[in-house]
Design a protein around this ligand. Structure first.
Ligand code: CAO
Length: 452
């Protein structure tokens, strides 16, 4: 066997520890130069790491979920003939977390973020030459990348460049295919299943309501009716908009409402705030604690759908929706079950500040199990939050208010907190949702229940 050479992650700009979301090759596969080996997805872009030369894959060094940075070794490839000029020799360290190559770069750095490609247009056109093709044999060449800016609902189905190419070859319109991979992403298997279903006659049923046969978005010349100003959406708005639209369209949402009596909790919160003047203790930290207790008691709420399986998580990471001037972001508080109220309050302050200063990394927003969207500081009596896929439920919190509550003898003034739990009805039944919100209400009404 000829000497094996490493395929490494090329220059991917400022991104670090970017998760692998797809492994596109396996040992024994023949690959040609620039063919995608794995797909990486940061919060900003999806990109394929290309093979630096023609050859046969002998070993794949990474798996889905590994986090890679520039220089990480992706695979060992046996080069085919002379085409191997661009390969580098295997080094002693070749795990997924291996750090960038030591040798200084002789050439000036290529553009860190390649220009966005309008994927929607390319769907029906032959594939354009990829960026690595312009930089033949250089393992530092930028990966094939399409900018997440282009991910607008209705325009671009969520799929990697390799899957897009595969679909184009089969003449499949990706907007007709449902994605079963992480976050609704369309995999090669989804395209194959779609083709099979069409060939067996199942596809015809789609026009009878199986797909989203939507009429086009209304095109209106608003200026005809009065003065207007045009303002581009921020990057965060585009990204979160695409995610929200997909989640709203794909998840059968139901929202369960409940009021929690937080009169005693509020008195305790105020005491805690007075004793810890340097820490802002808001009702949200109690909600995080109550949510964790709920997830422990009702494990289906701490789950994700993966095809025909439910992935039940044994960790308790809570996403918090944070409103920023540029749009909505959801940083994650990790291991919330192991943190006390004050620690949670401090961490909440830190991540909110980081979010508003645009300093959140993609790692800060990953790994969530369940999200809380609190509008309580602003107002409102109830709302229907959209589930943050692949989570299966989200808790909306509105503003607490003093209300007369019948205690069996008389109406007593109680501080009531409105809760709105949206859940994925494929995973959670209405009865389970009602039990979950009742439990949250009991815990918030009597915090001693957290000790049970
Ligand atoms: N009822 C009454 N008062 C509440 C409350 C509630 N449910 N929740 C918070 N408050 C109070 C707080 O105690 C605080 O009062 P003081 O200023 O007197 O201390 C005030 O409202 C402001 O709280 P806050 O918003 O700064 O802090 P928080 O911990 O409640 O929330 C954060 C933090 C980051 C979640 C919040 O600032 C935020 O961004 N919320 C918006 C989330 C959002 O946009 N969700 C919608 C998603 S769908 O589009």
């Amino acid at each position: 066997m000829a000497e094996l050479k490493e395929a490494r992650v090329p220059d991917i700009g400022d991104d670090k520890d970017v998760p692998v979301i797809e492994v596109l090759v396996k040992p024994g596969d023949s690959v040609s130069k620039d063919q995608g080996l794995v797909t990486l997805e940061s919060d900003k872009a999806t990109m394929e790491v290309p093979a630096p030369f023609d050859g046969v894959v002998r070993e794949v060094k990474v798996k889905i979920g590994d986090e890679l940075s520039e220089g990480s070794v992706v695979a060992l490839i046996e080069p085919a003939g002379d085409a191997a000029e661009g390969g580098s020799k295997p080094g002693p360290k070749s795990d997924a977390k291996s750090e960038p190559k030591p040798e200084p770069k002789a050439e000036p750095k290529p553009e860190a973020k390649p220009e966005a490609k309008p994927e929607s247009k390319s769907e029906s056109q032959p594939p354009k030459p990829s960026l690595p093709a312009m930089n033949a044999g250089n393992p530092n060449s930028p990966p094939v990348s399409f900018d997440a800016e282009a991910l607008m609902p209705g325009k671009v189905p969520h799929a990697s460049p390799a899957v897009r190419l595969f679909a184009r070859e089969l003449g499949v319109d990706l907007s007709q295919v449902s994605g079963s991979a992480r976050g609704g992403r369309i995999s090669k298997e989804d395209v194959q299943a779609f083709v099979k279903s069409v060939l067996s006659g199942g596809g015809a049923a789609r026009t009878g309501g199986g797909g989203l046969d939507l009429i086009p978005w209304p095109k209106v010349d608003f200026a005809k009716f009065g003065e207007v100003e045009r303002k581009p959406l921020s990057r965060i708005q585009k990204l979160s908009g695409a995610n929200l639209a997909r989640n709203w369209a794909m998840i059968p949402h139901v929202t369960q409402f409940e009021d929690a009596d937080i009169t005693e909790m509020e008195a305790f919160r105020k005491r805690l705030g007075e004793e810890n003047k340097d820490t802002k203790v808001t009702p949200l930290v109690f909600l995080i604690k109550a949510a964790v207790a709920g997830l422990k008691k009702f494990p289906a709420f701490n789950a994700s759908l993966d095809g025909d399986e439910l992935v039940l998580k044994q960790y308790f990471n809570i996403g918090i929706a944070v409103d920023t001037p540029d749009g909505l972001v959801v940083p994650v508080i990790r291991d919330a079950d192991r943190k006390g109220l004050l620690e949670l309050a401090r961490e909440l302050g830190e991540i909110s500040a980081k979010a508003r200063d645009k300093k959140l990394s993609s790692a800060d927003m990953q790994g969530g199990c369940f999200s809380i969207s609190s509008l309580g500081g602003i107002g409102g009596t109830a709302f229907t939050p959209i589930i943050n896929a692949p989570e299966v439920a989200i808790l909306g919190v509105s503003r607490s208010a003093m209300k007369p509550v019948w205690n069996g003898k008389e109406f007593a003034p109680r501080l009531m907190l409105p809760l709105s739990l949206s859940y994925d009805h494929r995973v959670i039944d209405g009865a389970a949702a009602a039990r979950f919100t009742s439990y949250l209400s009991q815990v918030l009404g009597d915090l001693r229940r957290l000790l049970l």
